[in-house]
Design a protein around this ligand. Sequence first.
Ligand code: UD1
Length: 418
Amino acid sequence: MDKLIIEGGQPLKGTVGISGAKNAVLPILAATLLTSGKNIISGVPRVRDVFTMIRLLSELGAKLESFEGDTIVIDTSKVNHSEAPYDLVSTMRASCLVLGPLLARLGQAKVSLPGGCAIGARPMDLHIKGLEAMGARIELVQGYIQGAAEKGLNGNRIYFDTVTVTGTANLMMAAALADGETILENAAREPEIIFLADVLGQAGAKIAGQGSDVIIIQGAAALKPIECRIFPDRIEAGTFLIAAAITGGDVEITHCVPQHLEALIHKLQEAGIHVEAGDGTLRVKGGNGFKSVNVKTQPHPGFPTDLQAQTMALMTVAEGQSIIVENVFENRFMHAAELSRMGADIVLDGHTAIVKGVAELSGAPLMATDLRASASLVLAALAAKGESVISRVYHIDRGYEGIEKKLVKLGAKIRRIK
Ligand code: UD1
């Protein structure tokens, strides 16, 4: 298993370009199942989750024709299997995104329940309730969600008790091929959801309200194959913003959408870090220290839970005390124990972390536990004195394209060993 070795203390300097958004491309790849023909998707990041989704689509009968540069061509004319097996779903929860499309396209689906993961239980009850409201019969059999809708799905009014991103995506995709109108209430408002709605719209569904908490979908009898370009990854961009700040560097981030990062940019500015937004660019100038700020994660447009771990790393070396409240997932502080091993002062109390800034972190052997937690360890190691060795790096490879190459270009002392 690969490890990352990081010698900290180097202020990052230079320019870094952001890859396409992992959480945008995964639902789009699942949505290709709703079409029959050649789908062309560009701006695709070469991250593990994308390869896992391609494997899953292949098992369902889709054919990857090419993946050249950042463009995927995938032919979905022969989709004929309806089972997403446990070994794929257990490595990537977003595999559950095929449930809605399979039910809509084939009238049946068998998708393994993802079970618990490092950041909490993460149930799928809201996906299931919504599909049942659209006329699917769903049973849980031996760890699988087994669904049938031989006569197709019907539009309905669906209210989400909790805002769920993949739940909204799953039902929106199912509704795109359902008979009649579906109204999703308390829907997710993430940029990835808006993008999916726009792409389904171009493919022939009529969708309105994306970006608000009520999305209205008129199903189509058939959808045209998808052609789209994935927008830049806001979580990767946010991670580099924090990398520049925590090392006291001066970094320009290109190919990003500053509007997607407003919650983080405001927090960094509140902490006294200089962040300047341009047209598709962000510039961070650190080096004068920064103070602690309080953060509460919320569904978009609130502060993203996917940047909570990285922000905690930053707060470990801020001036003062920060209170971080995780409102989206019940167990998303796995990184706190590892950060403490580097000398951070963190007290956990349920969903709240109290982080008292220390003068310096020290390098240590570290264990990555999930995707964003591992990003926070990389950030802490970049700022720490001495060497850190991060193991279980496969977590970070799930969602960051060539992270150490990009960091090396900015002057970081980081290398990967096999
Ligand atoms: C997506 C993102 C993930 C991000 C998360 C929250 C993708 C591929 N993943 O995950 O990176 O961290 O949004 O922004 O886009 N819930 C239920 N019942 C359900 C579904 C969800 O109770 O049926 C709860 C979850 O346990 C959690 C909350 O809703 O507490 C939000 O989860 P959700 O938005 O569904 O996260 P994901 O879509 O899995």
